[in-house]
Design a protein. Structure first.
Length: 114
């Protein structure tokens, strides 16, 4: 089993920045990738960014050039640096991890005011 704990959400004005953190524990040696999803009210959960064990990254088109995913293997932590935030980025952000199945964190609220 893998446990994921997110932190770093909050309220920020449009144009501002936030950094989310996700600390993983448990059987993390088997993980293939970690990433971030988000879910806005009334919308489906969507993949925002993903990083594999070899460091490859992929982003949703809506966040390319503004968000950066990174990982600190020594701390078993993945980060999502979010810059130039827009009101449409408002959502609950969920950390996810994959081995033979997907694991979820509890979510952290990000609110961007206009």
């Amino acid at each position: 089993q893998v446990q994921l704990v997110e932190s770093g959400g909050g309220l920020v004005q449009a144009g501002g920045s936030l950094r989310l953190s996700c600390a993983a524990s448990g059987t993390i040696f088997s993980l293939n990738a970690m990433g971030w999803h988000r879910q806005a009210p009334g919308k489906q959960r969507e993949l925002v960014a993903i990083i594999t064990t070899d460091g490859s990254t992929n982003y949703a088109d809506s966040v390319k050039g503004r968000f950066t995913i990174s990982r600190d293997n020594a701390k078993n932590t993945v980060y999502l640096q979010m810059n130039s935030l827009k009101p449409e980025d408002t959502a609950v952000y969920y950390c996810a991890a994959w081995d033979i199945k997907r694991y979820w964190g509890q979510g952290t609220q990000v609110t961007v005011s206009s």
